[in-house]
Design a protein around this ligand. Structure first.
Ligand code: PEP
Ligand code: MG
Length: 593
């Protein structure tokens, strides 16, 4: 992924920009010096002492993780903290611990060497499987193993970024969630990692913390040194080591312009998302947890266009029941501004999102397998708990319900039948809910777009998931680097599916929104508006930019662009035309003006 350019001593590494901003500081590498473990056997009489040392280190590590968990829960909410449950599970895994103890007994390895050998064996096994979920588990295991070994070696917390004495840009292969979640926000100005993509923990945490981040930089740790100065460009996706005065000057100006621009954007908070010629677009925000609501409010979004409720189920051992879900959904509903709605999507588990308690199915194609509405319909008890929780929350604010990954009318009808049964139950129990709560379906499978006219008869609105719709239409796995250039949301085939959906909805007065990443890309927003999309929902950090663009757009020019796109045979050309229009009307968004 990294390409490098040189200008004097300056080197630029290129990666994926996942969190905006520019930082200039010294580099602090994490995990560069691999822990040295000595494989020389200890004398037989020391074996018991090694086992005792192991136990003490496990107790200390458990205490550390619990402390981090509590800190994160206090700072960021229970959902983020749930991740550390997975770490506690690692430290309690008897298979792993028994094997370490056996190694100490039979091979007389020192405790740190035994833990290293055994944990690396499991890490390698998990990493060898081409599966994003298992790779995350490998990262968890390595994170925990590092802590145990640090304790055994008396190193304490070498990777502790909680208290630093000077500003830095953290460079690492990948950052463990326990590190990113608790880092010293005053001194960590940004981070750059060798691995990762837009959906990696690192990227998600960075966006939430508002720290510039570039991931997927490729081999980097061997090429930078602690203390070297670097510039991290979270907009353009670059890490420039030893920047020249000229580069610093340019970035200084850029940073200043960005800061001024951010301020200007914040003034739009209370302004409506309306085009120059008075066309209203509902501009909402995507969330993963009720704790995201302050960010939604600060962004100036009009409500929540997508609550990915599956995040309540991830990184924990148990499953949230009806009451816990109800409280989470109610918390969102109650925090909506006047006139705003919250779209609560039922579980979209599966694919790369699997909770700890769901047995791995070992499916060869998880994205084409047991996922989302299919799982819900296969677990009616759990599905009804969620539907009841959502219905109950609808008594506290304007809630809309959304089904993910619907591929055919039967699924929609089956889901609606469960919903009708839940409504009946609640009525019988005298529990309040909104009798007219709108119900919609995601359009993210091409066949669903093609039969949108039929689906429209049974729902109140459509929400297009362009992330999956693009992947499924073009048969491109968006996690796979090799086919990444083929992943083109502006492919004419994808745009025609969007258009078909909008038209089918319109005929029956059912509005269509987009809640995939495309809705947060200012360069593509004119295209979506021109295609007739009425609601855009993006991550809160991108909402102000989208609003800025919308307020400079005129509907006829957006429509003209869409007409061109529907006739054009080239995804690249369509992308170029849409960005050209966006740049022309809102140059400041692209660093110009
Ligand atoms: C999408 O597919 O565009 C979408 C919004 O759903 P998710 O990203 O959660 O799969
Ligand atoms: Mg999707």
């Amino acid at each position: 992924m990294a390409d490098r350019t040189h200008a004097g001593g300056e080197r630029t590494h290129r990666g994926i920009a996942v969190s905006g901003g520019v930082a200039h500081a010294r580099i602090l590498t994490i995990g560069q010096a691999r822990r040295h473990v000595d494989p020389t056997p200890v004398p037989a009489e020391q074996v018991e002492a090694e086992l005792a040392r192991l136990n003490t280190a496990l107790v200390d590590t458990r205490r550390d993780i619990t402390a981090v968990k509590e800190q994160v829960a206090a700072a960021m909410g229970a959902n983020e903290a749930g991740l550390f449950e997975a770490h506690l599970l690692v430290i309690e895994d008897s298979t792993l611990l028994d094997e370490v103890a056996r190694k100490i007994r039979s091979e007389h390895l020192a405790a740190d060497a035994a833990f290293h050998v055994v944990s690396e064996k499991y890490v390698a096994a998990l990493e060898a499987i081409d599966d994003a979920y298992l790779r995350e588990r490998a990262a968890d295991l390595r994170d925990v193993a590092g802590r145990v070994i640090d304790h055994l070696q008396g190193i304490g917390e070498p990777r502790d970024l909680r208290r630093l004495s000077e500003p830095c840009i953290v460079v690492a292969h990948d950052l463990a969630p326990s590190t990113t979640a608790t880092l010293d926000r005053e001194h960590v100005l940004g981070f750059a990692t060798e691995s990762g993509g837009r959906t990696s923990h690192t990227a998600i945490m960075a966006r939430k913390l508002g720290i510039p981040a570039v991931v997927g930089l490729g081999p980097l740790l061997g090429e930078v040194r602690d203390g070297e100065y670097a510039l991290l460009d979270g907009h353009g996706g670059g890490l420039t080591v030893n920047p020249t005065d000229q580069t610093l000057f340019e970035y200084g100006q850029l940073k200043q312009r960005r800061a001024q621009f951010e301020e200007k954007l914040s003034l739009l908070r209370e302004q409506p998302a309306v085009t120059l010629d008075g066309h209203h677009v509902t501009l909402a925000a995507n969330i993963d947890a009720p704790e995201d609501m302050p960010a939604v409010q600060a962004s100036g979004a009009q409500g929540v266009g997508l609550f990915r409720t599956e995040f309540l189920f991830l990184n924990r051992r148990d499953t949230p029941g009806e009451e816990e879900q109800y409280l989470a959904y109610k918390a969102v509903a109650e925090r909506l501004g006047p006139g705003a709605t919250a779209v609560l999507r039922t579980l979209d588990l599966g694919g790369d999102k699997l909770p700890g308690d769901l047995a791995r199915t070992g499916e060869p194609n998880p994205f084409l397998g047991w996922r989302a509405i299919r799982i819900s319909l296969g677990h009616p008890t759990g599905f009804r708990q969620q539907l009841r929780a959502i219905l109950r929350a609808s008594a506290h604010g304007r809630v809309r319900l959304l089904y993910p990954m619907v591929s055919c009318i039967e699924e929609l009808r089956a889901a609606n039948a469960h919903l009708a049964a839940c409504r009946e139950e609640l009525r019988a129990e005298g529990i309040a809910f909104d009798e007219s709560m709108p119900v919609g379906t995601m359009i993210e499978i091409p066949a669903a777009a093609v039969i949108a006219d039929m689906l429209a008869r049974e729902v109140d609105f459509f929400s297009i998931g362009t992330n999956d719709l693009t992947g499924y239409s073009l048969a491109v796995d968006r996690m796979n680097d090799r086919v990444a250039p083929l992943y083109q949301p502006t492919h004419p085939g994808v745009l025609r599916l969007i258009r078909m959906t909008v038209e089918a909805g319109r005929k029956l007065g059912k509005p269509t929104g987009v809640c995939g990443e495309m809705a947060g890309e200012p360069a593509l927003v004119p295209l979506l508006v021109g295609l007739g999309v009425e609601e855009l929902s993006a991550t809160p950090a991108l909402v102000p930019q989208v609003k800025f663009l919308l307020r400079r757009l005129k509907l006829p020019e957006a429509r003209k662009l869409a007409e061109f796109a529907l006739q054009c045979d080239s995804a690249a050309e369509i992308h170029a035309q849409s960005s050209a229009l966006a740049r022309q009307i809102a140059p400041a968004l692209f660093g110009g003006g």
